[in-house]
Design a protein around this ligand. Structure first.
Ligand code: AMP
Length: 290
């Protein structure tokens, strides 16, 4: 497995692979790898001749109080996991290489970034501008045939799809299901911050989403959302949001269930901000609740 740390090194490798007419998959990550990331790497290993994983804690997508400095980092461990997962090249740029002095460009997707995670009381639209700018750079640097993202960050996936369509990027965007712990908690690097009591509580977020899904099937979306919120509140958790949206446009949806509906939730548990979501497909049998 090769490790490159500069854009020039990335380009050189890409040019060589292109001459050999091999396809390339890209899995962008911020490291602290878990089974969610590994599922993306495995999907790329299946579909692509060469697998590139980027490992970059992108400073521009963190707000001032979002813990950029304390974000969990363990490059050695991440490189070992990448090697075991069949990665061919890990791209580990440093911030000065990504954003050299004089850097002045950003890629901003409007509309989709004003809601949920992008709402003013939440992380704000600047978070997504950080994400889309760095993903645009990574897509240019690695120029993969396919790039892989997790449904765990449903809004991020929708925003990236919008950017790729609008700017005519030619890479295929693949979005894969959320990988969960046994109690349903969506795997996240931030779960490492949960103390044991908070960790025990945290499974309630996915339980609330499943409640919302089953009650929606029986009594409609308004009742479903109320049931999901009530499940959280009964555990002493006040969700930051618990909302139904169109999975592609992120527009609010009301009662209409003739198309898929994204239910997205954010809540703080023991001081750790967690997000999760579920997509309700129309006319799908109800999954059992826990
Ligand atoms: P991150 O390192 O948190 O920026 O995540 C890198 C990629 O992994 C993103 O596309 C995430 O959506 C995806 N990801 C994170 N957690 C999970 C999970 N539990 N299941 C599937 N994909 C995930």
């Amino acid at each position: 497995m090769k490790v490159v740390r500069t854009p020039a090194g990335m380009h050189e490798w890409r040019d060589r692979v292109r001459r050999k007419r091999r396809t390339v998959g890209l899995v962008p990550t911020m490291g602290s790898l878990h089974a969610g990331h590994i599922s993306l790497l495995e999907a790329s290993r299946e579909a692509d001749d060469r697998v590139v994983m980027s490992l970059f804690v992108n400073p521009t997508q963190f707000g001032p109080e979002e813990g950029l400095e304390t974000y969990p980092r363990d490059e050695q461990r991440d490189l070992e996991i990448a090697a075991e997962s069949g990665v061919d090249l890990v791209y580990v740029p440093d911030p000065a290489g990504m954003y050299p002095s004089g850097f002045a460009t950003s890629v901003a997707v409007e509309g989709l970034t004003d809601v949920l995670e992008g709402a003013p009381g939440s992380r704000g639209p600047g978070h997504f501008t950080g994400v889309t700018t760095v993903v645009a750079k990574l897509l240019n640097a690695a120029d993969p045939d396919r790039a892989y993202f997790g449904q765990k960050d449903a809004q991020q996936a929708a925003v990236i799809r919008r950017m790729v369509a609008d700017l005519e990027f030619r890479q295929e965007i693949v979005v894969l299901p959320t990988v969960r712990d046994e109690d349903g908690l969506a795997l996240s690097s931030r779960n490492l911050y949960l103390d044991p009591d908070s960790r025990r509580l945290a499974g309630v977020i996915s339980a609330a989403l499943l409640d919302a899904e089953s009650v929606t099937a029986e009594r409609g979306l308004t009742a479903g959302l109320a049931a999901g919120r009530a499940r959280l509140v009964a555990t002493g958790i006040e969700p930051e949001y618990f909302e139904a949206r169109d999975p592609r446009t992120l527009e609010a949806v009301t009662e209409s269930l003739d198309q898929p509906v994204l239910i997205a939730a954010a809540a703080r548990i023991g001081g750790v901000r967690l997000i999760d979501n579920i997509v309700i497909e129309p006319n799908q049998p109800v999954r059992s609740t826990r």
